[in-house]
Design a protein around this ligand. Structure first.
Ligand SMILES: NC(=O)c1ccc[n+]([C@@H]2O[C@H](COP(=O)([O-])OP(=O)(O)OC[C@H]3O[C@@H](n4cnc5c(N)ncnc54)[C@H](OP(=O)(O)O)[C@@H]3O)[C@@H](O)[C@H]2O)c1
Length: 301
């Protein structure tokens, strides 16, 4: 099969499309014929070698954590899917014609393979953040980075719970963030004052999804570092702010909850750019700009 591989850390050019042996589903896993793979910001950092200290790789390695496709092999002990089912989920080395998934759920009929491929990591991350803080009806929350993959779905999960959401994004994404159900606000100097005007009753929790250096402002707005969580600012602990990571978290409940809302027409993660598998490097370069609206995916013909 064709798969994207890299033999050394570096820029987008180190990604090559090569012929490799297809992987096989182990116990509790499924293999899919990949139709599309989501492009997460983490992946260009892994390729560039920025994550070596946390996740050392044996090179050559594949890349990609999310996919949607058709099940074509079912591992021992798996009883909830059959060969031929359309699923989306997370696994390993998903920028490939076939990939093994370790977490999955049925793809809603009304969601395309491309859109479903973008959803697994954003669904798990967004629900983890909201659940860990107990966000619910009556809360006002701020999402810094509301227009990206995690932000787009976090707005919709939070609105679905009855929370009021203030979504921080660039000028070009104000209408987009509003369309998701949030009150939009621009980033840049004066953020605290702008948010106070929009939320005179205060902000209960703030989530930093952009790592843009505004944690002191978020602490000021919420009144305490314990009410702020970051998934993107490695200096968070210095300010007493928790950094949330998803290692070893169960992903299936989030996939199911996201799929349920998507089926009901209350969840969308628009795919704003697609790239063929052979152009995975360009897809990651677009992701690395830090200004993706919705999600980028790579597609398999
Ligand atoms: N720790 C974890 O568990 C975990 C899990 C998933 C992702 N992450 C990390 O979390 C981050 C977000 O992931 P993602 O997939 O949502 O990324 P993404 O899809 O690439 O989105 C990035 C978003 O950040 C926004 N942004 C850029 N500069 C900003 C600023 N100064 N203030 C506010 N927003 C700004 C952009 O909006 P504009 O275009 O409007 O500027 C863009 O929509 C990435 O760094 C990713 O690696 C961590």
């Amino acid at each position: 099969m064709k798969a994207v591989r890299f033999t050394r850390y570096g820029g987008p050019e180190v990604l090559d499309l090569v012929d490799v042996e297809a992987p096989h589903a182990g116990p509790g896993q499924v293999r899919v014929a990949v139709r599309a793979a989501g492009v997460n910001a983490l992946e260009w950092r892994i390729r560039a070698g920025h994550m070596q200290h946390l996740r050392p790789l044996a090179l050559p390695a594949g890349i990609g954590g999310d996919a949607a496709g058709i099940v074509d092999e079912v591992g021992e002990g798996v009883v909830d899917v059959r060969i031929g089912d359309a699923v989306f989920g997370s696994g390993e080395e998903t920028y490939a014609e076939h990939a093994v998934l370790t977490s999955w759920t049925a793809k809603p009929d009304k969601v395309s393979f491309e859109e479903a491929a973008g959803c697994p990591t954003p669904f798990e991350t967004a629900l983890r953040l909201l659940d860990d803080e107990g966000v619910g009806g009556g809360h006002t929350i701020l999402l810094n980075g509301a227009a990206g993959g995690v932000g787009t779905v976090a707005v919709q999960f939070a609105v679905d719970r009855g929370a009021t959401v203030i979504g921080v994004a660039g000028p070009a994404n104000q209408d987009y963030v509003a369309s998701l159900g949030a009150v939009p606000v621009t980033y840049g100097p004066g953020l605290v004052e702008r948010v106070r005007d929009l939320a005179p009753g205060g902000v209960d929790f703030a989530f930093d999804l952009a790592g843009s250096g505004v944690l002191p402002e978020l602490v000021e707005l919420t009144g305490g570092a314990e009410r702020v969580v970051s998934i993107a600012d490695v200096g968070a602990a210095d300010l007493g702010v928790r950094f949330s990571m998803g290692f070893h978290r169960e992903k299936v409940p989030a996939l199911r909850e996201g799929a349920r809302l998507a089926e009901a027409g209350r969840m969308t993660l628009p795919v704003t750019r697609t790239f063929p598998l052979a152009e995975a490097g360009a897809a990651q370069a677009a992701s690395a700009t830090g200004h993706v609206r919705g999600r980028i995916v790579v597609t398999v013909p």
